[in-house]
Design a protein around this ligand. Structure first.
Ligand SMILES: Nc1ncnc2c1ncn2[C@@H]1O[C@H](COP(=O)(O)OP(=O)(O)OP(=O)(O)O)[C@@H](O)[C@H]1O
Length: 650
């Protein structure tokens, strides 16, 4: 999609509102034609070359009325402008967010969080500005057209002089735009890097301290800030230089008019009123040219911003940015969302995976979708305010997200030829086959970097598989990311993600609390004894990213979050990093006893997990090196023996 098409699609989002805004701003810009003519009449009347029928006082009254009328128009113009610009930016941000939440969870944004924030904030702002400034163009053309006609009829030669600044400024702006675009791109890039560095610094304070890297980190920050300063100075200098050309051209024009008017007045062909009219119109012509310059600058900035916003889409069509959607303002149109959702529900039907792909698409496994929703829906403390409850959030996003799929009870889950390689390193997994039956307990093990995490993420759709397929009871799962969420599956990632909220809310993450459900999940996650030691039990605020909990508590809170949900497949990615051997043993025992018909897929190298496994998969270099029971593998696999005995030795 080209910048021009993007721009038009933004205008077409609310064509009526945009047209209203265009009309008001055209009137605002054309309104000065009237006081110009009144000023001419006023001076000509005083000079005696013209006789206004109602006297000079009437002209003064009309001038005041014209000024008041323009103030009224500007007031309404600002109302329409605010409505257009904020609706556009809200739509863009909403659609960008919806897209991010639909991407495979582990690769949802292609840049650092800081850069993504800059995309959401600054690039959308620039786009909004370009659309907003575009409404001045019609009024400008109208004003210049009518004013030229009036001025030419008075004095063609002088009129040419009025338009000299216009020609100068437009030429200067044209010459400068390529440079402005270059400087603007560089300053945006530098700003994003600084924002990214700030977010990395704040996220890694502890790592920086323990590595004694404060000076180096601050040094890098200073370098990035210096680069930003340089690019910003160039950017601002160029923009301000152009503005000053716009501003000073009025003085230049006035000087030229005065010079010529003196000669013409002496010759008697030019009245004081004519002079007043020329000077009056020149001011407005130049102001309006300034607006053209602003529009051109913002349009160029928008081209840069559009490129950056597109990169966030990771190859998805840019049309989705301007796809009409409910943005939370006014009444929701019938047929949008509500009906669409019903239609999708009918398509998704009860029969499971194949139908689920017909829906709009939701993201991630349990870890990503409810997490993201709750992160947006729930503030730092206490219950969320009514305006941002999850039910409201679903109203805003349900055009994009399919309703949860209800698949038939799991009998067998199969993956065939599953392949994913990280573009950056070419590493990952290749040609993985696995079979999980209802009630089975499968452990994936292997050395560091062998591909265990990549395997579970690809299976669950958190990474987009390059090849292979996943089948649920023999039916192909077309869109694993939509499908592998509760009630089909629940997942605990290797690194737990907790939110600055109560412990209870971190476990439930929007799931309605049933009697005993949280207590049951806490017991299964071996967390029940820790609760008594916390200041406010389940209502303890866990702090940003759960910093008030120990690593093991955070890990088990994430496990409890998974276990509080009914699922037919539970996936754990390596709990051992933060759990002592005894706690982990109790956790697997409880899970093993309580799992019922659910299948468990566990990444671990701990004996406690391996001992429960009825099937073990040993990965090496992203491929399955061996598989079987622990007994078989101890006989047949050297790698497995190393892992098994490794725990004893180290
Ligand atoms: N985000 C990434 N970008 C590029 N390469 C990656 C990325 N994440 C992992 N890899 C590479 O993919 C391979 C598999 O990584 P993966 O995290 O799946 O291994 P693992 O067996 O889970 O390791 P660990 O036991 O340390 O958790 C590794 O060689 C790793 O270097």
């Amino acid at each position: 999609m080209k910048t021009r098409s993007f721009f038009w699609s933004l205008i077409r989002y609310r064509p009526g509102l945009y047209a209203l805004n265009l009309i008001f701003w055209s009137l605002i810009h054309m309104a000065p034609l009237v006081p110009g003519l009144l000023t001419k009449a006023f001076f000509d009347d005083l000079e005696g070359s013209y006789d206004f029928p109602y006297g000079v006082a009437a002209i003064a009254a009309l001038l005041v009325a014209a000024a008041l009328g323009r103030i009224g128009l500007i007031y309404v113009g600002f109302l329409t402008d605010v409505n257009v610009r904020y609706r556009i930016s809200m739509l863009l941000r909403r659609n960008m967010l919806a897209h991010v939440l639909k991407e495979p969870g582990a690769r949802a944004i292609p840049v650092s969080p800081g850069e993504a924030i800059s995309n959401f904030r600054d690039d959308v702002d620039h786009t909004e500005e370009a659309v907003s400034w575009s409404v001045d163009m019609l009024g400008l053309i109208g004003f210049v057209g009518v004013a030229s006609w009036i001025l030419i009829s008075i004095d063609a030669q002088m009129t040419v002089l009025v338009f000299v600044p216009l020609i100068l400024v437009v030429t200067a702006a044209q010459v400068a735009t390529a440079r402005i675009q270059k400087y603007r791109a560089a300053s945006r890039e530098a700003t994003a890097k600084v924002t990214g560095a700030i977010s990395e610094m704040f996220g890694n304070v502890q790592a920086i301290q323990v590595a004694g890297a404060e000076k180096r980190v601050v040094g890098r920050f200073v370098q990035l800030s210096e680069r930003r300063r340089q690019t910003m100075v160039k950017d601002k200098l160029m923009t301000e230089a152009l503005s000053s050309v716009f501003a000073n051209s009025v003085n230049l024009g006035t000087g030229l008019i005065l010079l010529l008017a003196g000669y013409k007045m002496r010759a008697g062909g030019f009245s004081v009123g004519d002079l007043a009219l020329f000077v009056y119109y020149l001011t407005f012509v130049t102001q309006l040219i300034g607006n053209v310059g602003n529009f051109m600058t913002y349009y160029k900035q928008m081209a840069v911003s559009f490129g950056r916003i597109k990169s966030m889409l990771q190859g998805a069509p840019a049309q989705l940015l301007t796809k009409p959607a409910y943005i939370g303002l006014g009444r929701r149109k019938p047929g949008r969302g509500g009906q669409a959702q019903e239609a999708r529900a009918a398509q998704a039907g009860p029969s499971g995976p194949a139908e689920s792909s017909a829906g709009g698409g939701a993201s991630g496994a349990s870890e990503s979708r409810p997490t993201a929703a709750a992160a947006a829906a729930e503030p730092n403390s206490g219950p969320p305010p009514a305006s941002v409850r999850e039910s409201d959030l679903s109203v805003r996003l349900d055009d994009d997200f399919a309703p949860p799929v209800q698949a038939p009870p799991l009998q067998v889950l199969e993956a065939r030829g599953l392949t994913y390689r990280f573009p950056e390193t070419g590493r990952g997994i290749e040609g993985i086959d696995l079979t999980l039956r209802a009630g089975s307990f499968t452990v994936v093990t292997g050395m560091i970097g062998s591909g265990k995490t990549t395997l579970v993420r690809t299976l669950l759709g958190l990474l987009p598989a390059e090849a292979g397929e996943v089948r649920w009871n023999g039916e192909t799962v077309e869109r694993p990311a939509d499908f592998f969420v509760p009630p089909q599956s629940a997942y605990t990632a290797q690194i737990p993600r907790l939110y600055s909220d109560r412990l209870r809310n971190n476990i439930l993450l929007g799931e309605p609390e049933r009697p005993g459900s949280v207590a049951g999940a806490l017991h299964a996650a071996v967390m029940e004894e820790d609760i008594g030691g916390l200041e406010h039990g389940l209502d303890t605020m866990v702090g940003p990213r759960g910093v008030k909990l120990s690593g093991g508590q955070a890990q088990r809170t994430a496990a409890a979050r998974m276990l509080v949900r009914d699922a037919q497949l539970y996936v754990f990615d390596d709990l051992s990093s933060a759990l002592d051997v005894e706690t982990e043993r109790r956790l697997w025992e409880r899970l093993f006893r309580q799992r019922g018909d659910a299948a468990c897929l566990v990444v671990s190298h701990r004996k406690a997990a391996l001992a429960h496994a009825d099937h073990i998969i040993v990965l090496h270099g992203g491929r399955i090196e061996a598989e079987g029971s622990a007994e078989e593998l101890l006989r047949t696999s050297e790698s497995f023996r190393q892992l098994w005995h490794g725990e004893e030795t180290g």
